[in-house]
Design a binder for this molecule. Structure first.
Ligand SMILES: [Zn+2]
Length: 580
């Protein structure tokens, strides 16, 4: 396949009638996996990646322009075209300065789940995208506003976040609730759950899906997740054994009080004898490729029921596929589980693309993007001879608190960490007539001396662009983009960068991790397919924030307020839109 070259300008193409975004959680840039049969070859499942590679435009050098490579900031970049400095979501949680407690990005006690759930309001108070909307709308919001409400915009996923904020203020979010095993929404989005969703939930969708697609173990009757291909086919085939390092099986209901878990190695079993078993399976299924697969079937039903792409107003469907992230965290990206999931993801995406064939290809634009990458389990990287390690956030907070106690004679000045932010108790600092940035600088000195930490700066010094040594310039710039610089001011007083291959663990039960400003986490997949696009590969460096302004340009609408990306000229070219 030829590398991208500029040909003569294309004739103006029609706007797409349907734009679909596959948001692949943990979609590191080096998948499709390098395999014995050739790097970059589409997998033989013959699913979506083959289509992207042979008919679409593949960006080979896509890298996040901020240093907080975690799910929520990434997804918000994918739908607003900005980094956290403008979209204002620095993590999925941040400190509420008034209550001193960490709040979730979908916290809004005015709204609640619509549909069947066993969650309580105290567990998750509210389900609305209002935290994002304090700073910006999304591409979907712009689309709905520009069509006088005619455009249909949906965000679907296997959990409430990030599905909810991805929908924006004016779109609709529908997601899987693992406590009930059904698809639900919020009374922010709907007065009543659409009747087709209610019908989808009858009979129980998980049972229906697994019964149809999974074999049963002949002795126990449990559903079996077995390898899709012969074991020899797998690049990671030698890495699945009883002494494997990948022994962090997900467990129900929690890691510490394990009633039932998936096994450390293949095969994996999902129980189904009674309602209690099904409760377990509704949850454990998230750690299997079948979470994405059931979402794929739901997406196909949505396209049909909501008649997406069938009229002249462009519709937008965002599908948040997260199996890869759940599996990557638990077994690591080098595991057989991860590789098997990748082939099954390819087939799931291929199935969605088949369902989308009700819309002619020239009227369809599909974008495949990702929120962040991932790094190996540190112990596995050590075995490979790499220096790698875990930083437990509660230990870092403890170190900072003892050092600040020594310096100022005041205890507990640090409240907690939501990577990369360390939050200080600003109220307490001011009450003691201390300067917040002075205390933060003192914390920076302590943090910089912790093993595994590379840099730290105060938020104030970053925002003021205080000079830093030459080797810190690149990472300080990436961190500045990761700091919420809106009046919402959600970032902590100290921002931390770990050493390469070192990872912060807020939950010590996770095996592999992401979140760093290094290539494993920042470099992600980006591919386009459909409409007038002709196949090509692009080697120049682009950013995920460029997607939204590109689509906005194709649709002839303004990008959202937070957007700072540059439209991708290789895509616009085929639509006959001149690059300014
Ligand atoms: Zn993620």
């Amino acid at each position: 396949m030829a590398a991208w070259v500029f040909a003569t300008p294309a004739l103006a193409a029609d706007k797409p009638k349907l734009v679909v975004m596959f948001n692949i959680d943990q979609g590191r840039s080096d998948y499709p996996l390098p395999r014995p049969d050739g790097y970059g070859e589409p997998p033989r499942s013959g699913g979506a990646y083959r289509a992207f590679f042979t008919e679409g435009i593949v960006y080979r050098n896509t890298s996040y322009g901020h240093s907080v490579t975690t799910t929520e900031p990434g997804h918000m970049t994918l739908v607003t075209g900005g980094n956290p400095d403008t979209h204002g979501i620095p993590r999925n949680q941040w400190l509420n300065r008034e209550t001193g407690e960490f709040v979730n990005d979908i916290y809004d006690s005015r709204y609640w789940i619509l549909g069947n759930t066993k969650k309580t309001r105290s567990q998750r108070p509210g389900t609305a995208p209002t935290a994002l909307l304090e700073n910006t709308g999304t591409l979907g919001d712009r689309l709905i506003q520009s069509t006088g409400g005619k455009a249909k915009v949906f965000s679907i996923g296997m959990g409430d976040w990030p599905t909810i904020p991805v929908a924006g203020g004016e779109g609709n979010a529908i997601w899987y609730d693992a406590t009930s095993g059904e698809f639900v929404s919020s009374d922010y989005f709907y007065a009543k759950l659409p009747s087709w969703v209610e019908n989808w939930n009858k009979p129980k969708p998980v049972k229906r899906f697994l019964e149809k697609h999974l074999p049963r173990d002949p002795h126990t009757g449990h559903w079996v997740w077995e390898l899709m291909y012969d074991k020899d086919f797998y690049r990671n085939s030698s890495r699945n054994g009883p002494n494997s390092i990948f022994v962090k099986p997900p467990c129900y209901p929690s890691q510490t009080n394990c009633q039932y878990s998936l096994d450390a190695t293949f095969n994996h079993y999902l129980p189904n004898k009674n309602p209690q078993d099904m409760e377990v399976t509704n949850y454990l299924m998230l750690y299997t490729p079948f979470a994405d697969a059931i979402l794929g079937e739901f997406a196909a039903e949505l396209v049909k029921q909501e008649k997406l792409g069938q009229d002249d107003s462009t519709d937008l469907l965002m599908i948040n596929l997260a199996s890869q992230d759940w599996i990557g965290h638990m077994w690591g990206p080098d595991s057989l589980e991860h590789e098997d999931n990748f082939y099954r993801l390819d087939a799931t995406l291929g199935g969605i693309m088949t369902a989308l064939s009700t819309v002619p290809k020239e009227d369809l634009l599909i974008v495949l993007a990702a929120d962040h990458g991932v790094f190996s389990i540190p112990g596995y990287a050590n075995g490979r001879g790499q220096s790698a390690g875990q930083l437990l956030t509660r230990k870092v907070v403890h170190r900072v608190n003892s050092s600040l106690l020594d310096t100022y004679g005041i205890g507990n000045l640090a409240i907690g960490i939501r990577v990369p932010s360390l939050y200080l108790d600003v109220e307490k600092i001011l009450k003691n007539r201390l300067d917040v940035n002075d205390v933060a600088r003192s914390a920076v000195n302590t943090v910089r001396n912790i093993e595994g930490v590379r840099y730290a700066w105060t938020k104030q010094d970053l925002i003021d662009a205080q000079p830093v040594p030459a080797d810190e310039v690149k990472y300080a710039a990436l961190m500045r983009k990761a700091v919420d610089q809106n009046p919402t001011d959600r970032s902590g007083e100290v921002l931390i960068v770990q050493k390469e291959n070192w990872y912060f663990y807020e939950d010590p039960n996770d095996a592999a991790m992401h979140g760093s400003p290094y290539d494993n986490d920042r470099r992600v997949q980006l591919m386009f397919w459909g409409g007038p696009l002709k196949p090509g590969q692009v080697e120049r460096r682009v950013h995920p924030r460029d997607i939204v302004p590109t689509i906005a340009k194709i649709l002839g609408i303004d990008p959202p307020k937070a957007s700072t990306g540059e439209p991708l000229q290789e895509i616009l070219h085929h639509y006959g839109i001149a690059h300014e």
